[in-house]
Ligand binder design. Structure first.
Ligand SMILES: Nc1nc2c(ncn2[C@@H]2O[C@H](COP(=O)(O)OP(=O)(O)O)[C@@H](O)[C@H]2O)c(=O)[nH]1
Ligand SMILES: [Mg+2]
Length: 358
């Protein structure tokens, strides 16, 4: 699953990418015209605790991929052409992280010579809506022609047309497509278009080093999604430090936790992903599954044989395990270890031991 960093030029996307990926960069990304991607571990405190308890040979985190896109500019036609190519790449991602500039830096020319997060946010919003509008209008044109012919898919085309007309109306009124989607079936019907305003998203307000902890210029109330104020520059500096030195540096900066870690977790959950955990002497591991995943499919994430031969999922929630003194026997004695069947909807933080027979 992939989260794409998108935003106007010089908003700090590549700096944030470097922070999130702990320094993974290559020359192209630094110049600002190429894309870069990297797989990152999803921070999970539970794994450290379980590793302490089980002393496994290895510990494996859940992962997601981040994509660093070139900056968008809408100053002239040449830049608009370039923006089209960038947007086409963003359509492939599972979610978008909008990066909005709020920092002053004379060394980095500001887009339209302004430091104005709400204005930049609005411009980005408008442009992404327009990009979707163009796609919708083209498809509506095609469908209006095709439904006049007696094709085998005419009924299906009519359903799609009605849905797209609803999307068109929303987007024209500056509302995202996600606001008019009523069911998973409708979402599925639209998935292949890669509509930008249908994707889950988060907003990062990239603030100056001096503004950390101050009220942000954009809030979740205004954006309608998870909105994080952070300094990409500081986060990148922290990420470049030896892990042993991070705590002291963060204390100096009056940072309670790593904003980069929070962002990764926000993205993971925005894509409707959850983790279940497996424990043992060989490996302590977080496994990625979609929210609402039934136990039998979660088993398939571990191995197809376990899915095929599924008998029961022996399940205890991490919080209950913790409450039982991190002791599986005590958790069992307290009746916290349940035997769940195939359809049990796995919860984030379930520790599962699959019983199977092949
Ligand atoms: N002062 C300050 N400068 C930053 C910050 N984030 C990025 N920059 C600088 O702004 C410029 C553009 O950053 P970059 O990450 O390349 O932006 P991109 O075009 O969105 O990828 C670079 O010179 C960065 O060093 C920040 O949080 N504070
Ligand atoms: Mg860049």
């Amino acid at each position: 699953m992939q989260a794409a960093l998108i935003g106007l030029t010089q908003s700090g996307k590549s700096t944030l990418f470097s922070a999130v990926t702990e320094g993974h960069t290559h020359a192209g990304a630094a110049i600002g015209h190429q894309t870069d991607k990297a797989v990152v571990k999803v921070p999970d405190d539970r794994l450290a605790v379980l590793t302490e308890v089980y002393q496994p040979k290895k510990t494996t985190h859940a992962t997601i991929e981040f994509l660093d896109l070139p900056g968008l500019s809408f100053l002239d036609e040449a830049h608009r052409q370039e923006a089209r190519r960038i947007v086409a790449q963003a359509r492939q991602a599972d979610m978008l992280v909008w990066v909005v500039r709020a920092f002053n830096n004379p060394q980095a020319a500001a887009y339209r010579d302004r430091i104005n997060p709400p204005a930049d946010y609005d411009e980005l919003n408008t442009e992404l809506l327009l990009a979707d509008l163009e796609l919708i209008a083209n498809r509506i044109d095609k469908l209006q022609k095709s439904i006049t012919k007696p094709t085998p898919h005419v009924q299906q085309d009519k359903v799609e047309l009605a849905l797209l007309q609803r999307c068109h109306e929303a987007v024209e009124n500056e509302r995202p497509i996600r606001s008019v989607i009523a069911s998973p079936e409708e979402e599925k019907l639209l998935r292949s278009f890669g509509f930008l305003t249908l994707k889950p998203r988060a907003v990062v307000v990239n603030v100056g080093e001096d503004a950390i902890g101050q009220p942000a210029a954009l809030t979740a109330e205004q954006t309608g999604c998870d909105t994080l104020a952070l300094s990409a520059e500081i986060e990148a500096e922290i990420a470049a430090l030896d892990p042993a030195d991070r705590a002291a540096f963060m204390e100096d900066m009056h940072l309670a936790d790593s904003a980069k870690d929070r962002l990764i977790r926000i993205c993971y959950h925005a894509m409707r992903l959850i983790s279940f955990l497996t424990v043992g002497p060989d490996e302590v591991r977080a496994w990625t599954i979609p929210a609402d995943c039934p136990a039998v499919e979660a088993a398939g994430a571990v191995h197809s044989d376990i899915q095929r031969g599924f008998i029961r999922a022996e399940t205890v929630h991490y919080d209950d395990f913790l409450a039982a003194g991190k002791d599986m026997k005590a958790a069992k004695a307290a009746g916290k270890v349940r035997l769940e069947g195939k359809t049990y909807p796995v919860r984030d933080g379930d520790i599962i031991n699959f019983r199977f027979n092949v």
